[in-house]
Design a protein around this ligand. Structure first.
Ligand SMILES: Nc1ncnc2c1ncn2[C@@H]1O[C@H](COP(=O)(O)OP(=O)(O)OP(=O)(O)O)[C@@H](O)[C@H]1O
Length: 252
């Protein structure tokens, strides 16, 4: 079943005296439970596209459909996780994770039950009473992912969530992310600059062209999990993606 569909998404931005055409007609179809990685040259509009899917921006042309209905605003079924996690420093880890549930009026005990499951899943139980400044960057990112997952969204939108992590932490989270996806069966859209990351995570990888961007190619990846970054069987796919990407980066 199709979960999300982008139809001819066009987006302009105002830059001083001129209009910059960021998205030039993006078309993408995403089935329920797919893990779709978005790669493309810097500034091509990947984050803009994700924000449009989240309902945080409106396209100038085209439409996003969620379960066949047009997206007109943000909604709890589409939750975005940003690169820096955007946590609340004045709240403890558990309160950060429960924040959306509290806003939704879920009673305290029920909130605690739900957050416990995701704190366990993200190996954060011991840190439930810590403040976010007491955590490493990788742990903060796990809190941000847990905070999104407690809301049980249909679609998780992730904007370079691992970009600020060291290589070892990132490799661990890449395995954890695959396990979470297998356990929760969420539909995931994941923006990354890292082609290896894209092949490790994705059921498919959508390559954006240079601005005004369109989807240049979609590459399907049907390979056993959990996938590891050092798996050489993924190299040919990485080369295929890079061969699509390099000419776009040069144009940039
Ligand atoms: N709010 C805004 N106002 C003006 N221009 C914007 C705005 N947001 C994005 N842009 C422009 O739109 C283009 C696409 O930006 P966007 O951040 O979506 O690209 P990206 O592919 O995610 O980039 P990167 O890979 O470097 O993070 C860029 O040229 C950027 O300058």
């Amino acid at each position: 079943m199709t979960k999300l569909e982008a139809k001819n998404i066009v987006k302009y931005f105002k830059h001083d005296s001129h209009r910059l055409k960021a998205l030039g007609g993006v078309n993408l179809q995403i089935e329920d439970g797919e893990f779709v990685c978005l790669v493309g040259p810097s500034g091509c509009g990947k984050s803009t596209f994700l924000r449009i899917v989240a309902g945080l921006e409106t396209p100038d042309e085209g439409e996003i459909f969620f379960d066949g209905k047009p997206v007109t605003s943000t909604g709890p079924e589409r939750i975005i996780v940003f690169q820096e996690g955007a946590l609340f420093p004045w709240l403890k880890v558990q309160d950060n994770v429960e924040f959306g549930l509290k806003m939704a009026g879920i009673p305290k005990e029920e909130r605690a039950q739900i957050s416990k499951r995701y704190l366990d899943m993200m190996q954060l139980t011991k840190f439930a009473d810590s403040y976010t400044y007491q955590l490493s960057t990788g742990m903060k990112q796990r809190v941000a992912i847990a905070r999104a997952l407690v809301m049980d969204p249909d679609v998780l939108l992730m904007d370079e969530p691992f970009a600020a992590l060291d290589a070892q932490t990132r490799d661990l989270l890449l395995v954890e992310m695959q396990l979470i996806w297998e356990k929760t069966k969420k539909t995931i859209l994941f923006v990354t600059h890292n082609v290896t990351e894209a092949t490790v995570l994705g059921t498919k990888v959508a390559v954006f062209s240079n601005r005004p961007s369109t989807i240049k190619k979609v590459i399907n990846i049907d390979y056993k999990r959990p996938r590891l970054v050092e798996d050489q069987n993924l190299f040919p796919l990485q080369q295929e993606i890079l061969s699509e990407l390099r000419p776009e980066v040069k144009k940039n």
